[in-house]
Write a protein that binds this ligand. Structure first.
Ligand code: TXA
Ligand code: MG
Length: 344
């Protein structure tokens, strides 16, 4: 299959929408990461997403809409709870996915046997135009091959999926760079299943109590069943071993300089690189969590293109604000191990 590269002009948006109406797969930009979209109400089209990505069949998809009314117009959920209305007022359109009781129009390919559906109204103007023009809700996971970091540019999408999908709409580099926050409203109190662009602190400011699913920050044992199936997979992982180092600036620099071999690279903060004796990729300022989030996935992908890299030493992120999302992704890349430098 030849993958068509489209731009965000009006003609190309119409082409993308037309392909989606025909049950085809189109990668689309959003403010978080690129999504691999299909008509959410067409089970066969949705099944092809799993094939193209190599995605496990038990990992449900997010349904994307281009206005809040569409939830009712398409009859996507059984109910729209008060908590959803409050969160929608505060954060939609934006990087927040809400899980609610699903209705019967949601095909089993989307919900993978669960009785809930995840819904997001993205802020990206291009994503909104494509959804509105296609006149259907779009199921879309991140547009990477399963196991790779999520794509934050059209180039990342074609690196993973060229020849496996019908088209990609190039909307430039994604603003946020990490996937949306996922919260379930199908239980009380609501539970954060995946941290992302909307922070725990922001959710608590609107809802009061929000619990944090254990799988967000900890490794779940093999037999447990996480509320968000995606959390159990080893994601976001470059081919080299990632080792998270927790300590002061000085401890980090000393440790790396003492342990670095020829196949070593570092993920660090601005200013560290001058003191390191190994190649370094800066994620951003030490307390600039937005910038760290924005750069993380492209940095992980860049490491995969570097030759003979066996070890990546990375600074352990702080868990405040969007830092929790950066930590959640990096801890998975590192197989849940953090080396405490203070105790070494
Ligand atoms: O920012 C994003 O969320 C991007 C863009 C494209 O919107 N999408 C994305 O999708 O990251 P994906 O499929 O890579 O991640 C969706 C996560 C998975 O961890 C999945 O298990 C979880 O949401 N999820 C989806 N539906 C669910 C449901 N009904 N119950 C629990 N978890 C669900
Ligand atoms: Mg994904």
């Amino acid at each position: 299959m030849k993958t068509l590269i489209l731009t965000d002009n009006e003609t190309d948006i119409k082409t993308a929408a037309q392909l989606l109406k025909q049950g085809k797969l189109v990668a689309i930009p959003t403010e978080t990461v690129y999504g691999l979209a299909a008509d959410a109400l067409n089970g066969k089209a949705v099944a092809n997403i799993f094939k193209a990505k190599g995605r496990p069949m038990d990992n449900p998809l997010i349904v994307h809409i281009s206005s809040i009314d569409e939830i009712q117009r398409y009859g996507l959920t059984e109910e729209f709870p008060e908590t959803a209305r409050k969160l929608a007022d505060a954060f939609w359109p934006g990087p927040l996915t809400m899980i609610m009781k699903k209705s019967r129009v949601i095909p089993p390919e989307v919900s993978c046997g669960l009785d809930t559906v995840a819904i997001r109204y993205p802020a990206s103007r291009i994503a909104q135009q494509i959804i509105a023009t296609a006149q259907r809700p779009l199921a879309a996971p991140s547009a990477n091959r399963s196991g790779s970091p999520s794509p934050t540019s059209a180039q990342h999408v074609t690196d993973d999926l060229d020849g496996r999908i019908d088209a990609v709409v190039d909307g430039g580099i994604c603003d946020i760079g990490l996937e949306s926050t996922v919260i379930t409203l199908a239980e009380h109190p609501p539970r954060l299943l995946r941290p992302g662009g909307i922070t725990l602190e922001q959710l608590e400011a609107v809802l009061g109590t929000v619990t944090v699913d254990r799988a967000v920050l900890e490794n779940m044992d093999k037999n447990s069943k996480p509320a968000s199936p995606g959390m159990k997979y080893k994601h976001y992982s470059p081919k080299a071993d990632v080792i998270l180092l927790d300590g002061t600036d000085e401890q980090f620099i000393n440790y790396v300089n003492q342990h670095a071999g020829s196949g070593t690279v570092c993920l660090c903060y601005n200013g560290d690189e001058a003191k390191l004796r190994v190649p370094a990729i800066c994620l951003g300022g030490r307390t600039d969590y937005d910038q760290q989030a924005h750069n993380l996935f492209s940095a992980l992908r860049r490491i995969d293109t570097m030759k003979h890299i066996t070890t990546v030493y990375a600074r352990c992120p702080q868990t405040q604000g969007i830092g929790m999302a950066v930590y959640n992704r990096l801890i998975r890349a590192a197989g849940f191990e953090v080396k405490q430098l203070a105790q070494s």
